[in-house]
Unconditional design. Structure first.
Length: 505
């Protein structure tokens, strides 16, 4: 019998009001974690990207990853709600949900409480300005609300922007405080201009226009590469960037194509001051899952990159607090960039940000993209010595599952046997990669092995797992997080796949 038949009408009204109030509260209550993003650290000779979380409208950074960028962890002690870290000659103590952080004998109150998110101790971003300089003895330039910091002797440049009409179009003029180089590309219907290696702190992150040719211009360096992203207001427009005044002025014309000319006419030979890719294809309509800097032509083969673990599944961790999910995500970003630079592949990633993606979702991403090959990245305890690189292929189950009455059937349903059709190709890919990994300075690698790796089981393409070692509580991860090692490995992957593709593999 319905509950409302037992309630007095006045009580029914009260109950209904409570339900409405609870629903409204749930609707308006801010989510604890709103999104995942990246934060860029600029050093005099390098830059590093680490994950950023926004929790209750405050930007948070993973403490141990920040410390590993600027120095050496000598030890850590973690209890339920307390973390103690030995960093150089200093000792840091912090408590979950408490804004106070104790550095040696002094206590600093941060703008928001310490959080523990997906197994990581997170500090609000004002930690960079209030605590980090005392820890390192170096200057730290950080503007509140931004997603980048400049450490040591780094002097970022900036720029101003002016939009003005020209015949049959509009002209964007960028005035930089320091010399830049420009490489242009067309990505997902937008024009992207990479600005070289110089660190940039924009006065404004984005510019919006009510203009029939240019909709907005946005500065972005979330992958550590400073760039300008220009969104046209309509399709079918031509893009002509020109660099002048020694690299301090960039002019980009967005023009309608001449009525009697083809849709994308090539310009006359550029002068020595013209940007490296002066003519861009017309932006396409709609967004694509993958991106490439290659020119138009036959469809490019798709490489799917999978960063293992994510979210609450942190994977292995090292003595100095590096988590597997973060290490492999960083490596996938480097491999992706190396592959795109070959101009021979579309690249698709199975996860972006710190999220836990199921095995089925990873395989579905690869299969829906019609992958030419699939690489999944992991890290773990491979014994003493680092860095080590192991390559694995899928090994099907040897024995069928026994059922009551003596009946047998395969352990996996037919759809989950799809990788078995590619075992030979996967083995060839693994052997080729292993041979190339062997030439990386300081790295050791063994012959590929076949293992029942769950991530590979349902991938409808040649597929391998690449595992880095050693990532273990007994060892620091410095050899694996070294940018030089990661760059070498990424280049080896890109060059190997490009060579195989060139041979029609």
């Amino acid at each position: 019998m319905p509950l409302n038949k037992f309630l007095h009408p006045s009580w029914r009204k009260i109950l209904l009001s409570l339900i409405l109030l609870c629903g409204l509260a749930l609707l308006l209550w801010p989510a604890r974690t709103l999104r995942s993003d990246n934060f860029v650290f600029y050093f005099p000779n390098s830059r590093h990207v680490i994950p950023l979380e926004v929790i209750e409208n405050t930007k948070y950074l993973p403490l141990l990853q920040v410390l590993n960028l600027v120095g050496t962890l000598n030890g850590l002690q973690e209890k339920r709600n307390t973390l103690k870290v030995a960093f150089g000659d200093s000792h840091i103590e912090l408590h979950a949900d408490d804004p106070r952080i104790r550095l040696d004998k002094k206590t600093t109150v941060l703008s928001a409480p310490i959080r523990v998110s997906n197994g990581r101790w997170m500090v609000p971003s004002d930690f960079l300005a209030t605590v980090l300089p005392r820890l390192t003895g170096q200057s730290v330039e950080y503007q509140a609300g931004t997603s980048r910091a400049f450490l040591g002797d780094v002097k970022p440049g900036s720029f101003t922007l002016r939009l003005e009409p020209v015949s049959s179009g509009a002209r964007l003029t960028f005035q930089f405080t320091d010399k830049v180089t420009v490489r242009a590309a067309s990505v997902n219907g937008k024009w992207v201009m990479f600005l070289g290696d110089h660190a940039i702190e924009p006065l404004e992150q984005s510019f919006h226009f009510h203009n029939p040719y240019v909709s907005d211009v946005r500065f972005d360096d979330q992958d550590g590469l400073p760039k300008l992203i220009i969104t046209p207001s309509a399709g079918g427009l031509n893009f002509y960037p020109v660099l002048a005044e020694g690299g301090k002025v960039l002019q980009a014309d967005v023009l309608k194509p001449p009525p009697s000319a083809p849709q994308n006419p090539p310009p006359s030979a550029p002068s020595s001051t013209t940007a490296s890719s002066p003519t861009m294809p017309s932006p396409s309509t709609g967004a694509a899952q993958e991106e490439t800097t290659a020119p138009p032509g036959p469809p490019l083969p798709v490489v799917v990159l999978d960063a293992g673990h994510g979210g609450g599944d942190t994977g292995a961790h090292s003595h100095d607090g590096v988590m597997e999910k973060d290490l492999v995500a960083q490596l996938v970003a480097r491999v992706r960039q190396a592959l795109l630079s070959t101009r021979k592949f579309h690249v698709v990633v199975t996860r972006t940000g710190d999220v836990n993606v199921t095995f089925e979702q990873r395989a579905a991403t690869a299969n829906e993209a019609a992958a030419a090959c699939f690489l999944t990245f992991h890290a773990g305890d491979l014994g003493a010595g680092s860095p080590q690189i192991a390559v694995y292929t899928y090994r099907p189950p040897d024995e069928p599952l026994s059922l009551p009455g003596g009946e047998t059937r395969p352990i996996f349903v037919k759809w989950n046997q799809v990788q078995e059709s590619y075992l030979d190709q996967s083995r060839q890919l693994a052997e080729t990669l292993q041979q190339e990994f062997a030439v990386i300075a300081g790295a050791t690698t063994d012959l590929p092995q076949a293992v029942p790796e769950r991530t590979l089981r349902s991938v409808n393409a040649p597929a391998v797992a690449i595992e880095l070692g050693t990532l273990s509580p007994d060892y620091d991860a410095g050899a694996l997080t070294d940018p030089a090692f990661q760059l070498q490995l990424s280049n080896v992957v890109a060059e190997t796949l490009a060579a195989l593709h060139g041979r029609g593999a």
